[in-house]
Design a binder for this molecule. Structure first.
Ligand code: CUA
Length: 151
C-alpha cells in the first residue's frame, strides 16, 4: 500500500521535473543564439548606440564602436581607435546582410538587418586597416569598404 503511494509520488515528481525542463528549453528557444540582440531595422537611427554612431570610451581600457552598415558603405566611414585597448565593434544593418571584415585580423562579422552583432578585438599595431564587405549585397558590393585608423 505504501509502495503505491511512493510510486505515485515518484511519477508526479518526474512529471513536474520534465515540465520544468520543457518550459526552460522553450524559453531559451526564443532567445537569439550567441547573445545577439534584435533591433527594428527601420528605427536604427533612433536607437542607441546607433542614434549616435562612432567611437565612445566605455572605461580606461575599453572602447565601443557603433557602426551601421548599409548599401554600400559604413556609417561612420572615418573610424579612429587606440592601439592596445579592447575595441568592441557593435554593428547592425538597415537593409540587407553585409559583413564587416577587417583585413589581416580575426574580425569577420555578419551585419544583419534586425540584429545587433558584437565583436571584441584589440589591435596590437598602429596603422591603417582596410575593412571590406564579404557578403554579396548588390551592385555596389565591390565598392563597399572603409578604413580604420589605429593610433
Ligand atoms: Cu555590403 Cu557586400
Amino acid at each position: 500500500k505504501y509502495e503505491k503511494i511512493w510510486l505515485v509520488f515518484g511519477i508526479l515528481s518526474l512529471a513536474i521535473f520534465l515540465s520544468i525542463v520543457g518550459i526552460t528549453a522553450f524559453g531559451q528557444g526564443h532567445t537569439p543564439a550567441g547573445g545577439m540582440d534584435t533591433i527594428d531595422p527601420e528605427k536604427v537611427n533612433e536607437i542607441a548606440p546607433f542614434d549616435n554612431p562612432g567611437v565612445r570610451q566605455i572605461d580606461k581600457n575599453t572602447y565601443e564602436v557603433a557602426i551601421v552598415g548599409m548599401a554600400f558603405g559604413y556609417n561612420p566611414s572615418n573610424i579612429r581607435v587606440p592601439v592596445g585597448k579592447e575595441i568592441i565593434f557593435t554593428l547592425t544593418s538597415t537593409d540587407v546582410v553585409h559583413s564587416f571584415t577587417i583585413k589581416d585580423t580575426k574580425v569577420n562579422m555578419m551585419v544583419v538587418p534586425g540584429r545587433i552583432t558584437h565583436k571584441s578585438y584589440t589591435f596590437d599595431k598602429p596603422g591603417k586597416y582596410l575593412v571590406l564587405c564579404n557578403e554579396y549585397c548588390g551592385t555596389g558590393h565591390h565598392f563597399m569598404q572603409t578604413e580604420i585608423e589605429v593610433y
